[in-house]
Structure formats: C-alpha cells, structure tokens
Write a protein that binds this ligand. Structure first.
Ligand code: NAX
Ligand code: ADP
Length: 270
C-alpha cells in the first residue's frame, strides 16, 4: 500500500477566508443528523466541530435528548428545517435501534443532490446511495462495508477498491488514515499523536469534514476528496495542538474540536 501525503498547503487551498460580501448562507450551511438517546454526546461533538471549522450555520436534526445537549453546548445551532450544502449522518447511532421512519428519511437524504458524510450507524445505508458521498469507517466498519459491497473484508488497505465499488470517497480511519475517491489515487494521513485514539474523536472528524464539504462544489469529485483529506489533516493537527497545550498529555474529543480554529487560522495566515 502506498499513498501520497497531504500538506498544510494542500489544506489551505481548501479553506476560504470570509469576505465583506459574505453572509451566513454564502459561508456554507451544514446539516447534522447524528446522535440518539443512547449516544447523545456524539451529536454535540459533531456540531461543535462543524462550528469550529468555520461554516456560517449549523443545523441540527435529531431526537430531543440529543437536541437539548446540542443547544446547551451551542445555542447558536439552528434546529429549524432549511437548506443545507452538506449533511453529516450516522455518528452515535445504532442501526438496530433506528426507527423505520428514520431509516426512510436517511435513505431519502442519501438519494438527494446534497453531499452526505456517512459515519458509524448509517454506513450500511451508504451502499445504496446516489448522493455525493464521503464515508468515514474505522477498520472494523470498513471490513463490514466491504462485505456489503461483495469485496474481501480482510483486505483492509484496499480503500481505492472500496471507493470504486461504493462510488464515493472513503476515509478509512486509524493511526494512518487512508482516503480514496473513485478512480483516484490513495492519500495517507498519519495522525501526529495517538492520544487521538479516544472516544468521540471520530464524531468530531465527521463534523469537521461536513463543514469543509459544505463550502466546496458538490459536483466536483476532486473537491470532495480534498475536503475529506483536509478534514483528516485539520483533525490531527488540532489533536497535536490540544496535547501540546497540556504538556504532551492526554486529550478528549472536545479538546480536539476546541483547537480546530487555531489550525484553520494559522493555515489561512500563511
Ligand atoms: N459520546 C458519545 O456519544 C460517543 C458515541 N460514540 C458512538 O458510539 C457508537 C458505537 O460505538 P462503539 O464503541 O460501541 O462501536 P465501535 O464501532 O466504535 O466499535 C465496535 C468494534 O469495532 C472495533 N474497532 C473500533 N475502532 C477500530 C479500528 N480503528 N480498527 C478496527 N476495529 C476497530 C472495536 O474494537 C469494537 O470491537 C457509534 O455510533 C459512535 O459514533 C463513540 O463515538 C464514542 C463517543
Ligand atoms: N492509534 C491511533 N493513533 C492515532 N489516531 C488514532 C488511532 N486510532 C484511532 N485514531 C483516530 O481516532 C479517531 C477514532 O474515530 P472512531 O473510531 O470513529 O471513534 P469514535 O466512534 O469513538 O469517535 C479517528 O479519527 C482515527 O483516525
């Protein structure tokens, strides 16, 4: 397995500084449909991460317990329906506990024109999607996804093959995260610190990627892949900064989200 790397300059090319002619809609609106009664925290983590990455608006759609937590943490989050330029679904959800109505609504989203970042409990629905797609499985979820696609589940590094079969961008998370788009080359991003292996950092990553995807052209497959890889890079650098701020000590998922603005700011200032 080989993959080219990704640099701060590559990430900076994806970011955009707001201008005097911007408003909250032109800066990108991300819709987050994550969390559940069992895992309400995943919703708050993804919403926090999306705000911190720099969109103009975050909409949240979810059950009452998760919504209350999201609003307690981020009252600026909009819970009314409206247009979005990217969706994030699945973090903190269990497919076995999902209602038929929720499954039907997710399927509809996955057939729509708006790009969808699909994580955790929604991954099995991704195989029937026609929307522009970015999936974010960890190693075991990637193996399961490959089985559903009729591929060898044990071929953990065959991420390009998974992307081709799925017709979407694949972000296979781990200490080395591999990103591939259909027909495209493989890009590898090594996490700068393994303190990142802590509960909820995947939920944060999905929020970061969703925010970046909301600001790029959904019809441009290269742009979607660049947004996905850049999200992984920002997530890793935020974790590095969060640990340095604690003298190299342990970090939590929320610490990672809180360090995202400094990563974005420093890249835009280059
Ligand atoms: N505060 C929260 O609400 C949190 C919610 N979370 C959500 O909790 C739900 C279930 O999480 P679980 O921890 O039960 O399930 P996971 O899917 O994370 O883990 C299930 C199995 O996968 C394996 N696994 C995990 N990471 C792997 C990797 N990188 N490579 C290979 N195998 C790996 C584990 O060993 C475990 O046996 C998900 O929807 C997730 O989004 C988690 O993100 C943790 C935080
Ligand atoms: N050993 C490791 N070193 C560095 N980063 C890791 C390591 N293991 C996992 N990660 C990163 O931590 C995050 C974990 O995400 P995920 O598996 O979805 O967990 P969760 O569901 O708890 O959020 C991913 O971004 C992954 O790349």
């Amino acid at each position: 397995m080989t993959g080219r790397g990704w640099t701060g300059a590559d990430v900076a090319a994806v970011l955009r500084m707001p201008t005097a002619s911007d408003d909250k809609y032109s800066r990108g609106v991300v819709g987050i449909r994550t969390g559940s009664d069992a895992y309400p925290g995943a919703a708050a983590l993804g919403v926090e991460a999306a705000w911190r990455t720099g969109v103009g608006m975050v909409r949240y759609v979810g059950l009452r317990r998760a919504e209350d937590l999201v609003l307690a943490r981020r009252p600026e989050t909009v819970t009314a329906a409206g247009r979005v330029q990217a969706w994030v679904v699945g973090s903190g959800t269990d497919p076995d506990a999902r209602t038929e109505a929720e499954t039907a609504e997710l399927r509809e989203l996955l057939q729509g024109p708006v790009p969808v970042v699909v994580d955790a409990g929604a991954l099995s629905l991704a195989i029937a999607a026609s929307a522009p797609l970015i999936v974010t499985p960890h190693g075991r979820e990637h193996a399961r996804l490959r089985s559903l696609l009729g591929l060898d589940p044990d071929d953990a590094d065959a991420v390009v093959e998974t992307a081709d079969a799925l017709g979407g961008v694949v972000v296979r998370k781990g200490a080395r995260t591999l990103v591939a788009a259909p027909g495209g080359g493989l890009i590898a991003v090594d996490a700068p610190t393994s303190w990142l292996a802590t509960a909820g950092t995947g939920d944060v990553l999905a929020g970061i990627i969703g925010a970046l995807v909301a600001t790029v052209d959904a019809g441009d497959a290269d742009a979607l892949r660049s947004a996905a890889v850049s999200g992984v890079w920002i997530h890793g650098d935020a974790a590095r900064r969060a640990s340095i701020a604690r003298d190299g000590g342990p970090i939590t998922a929320l610490d990672v989200a809180e360090h995202v603005p400094a990563v974005v700011g420093s890249l835009l200032a280059r």
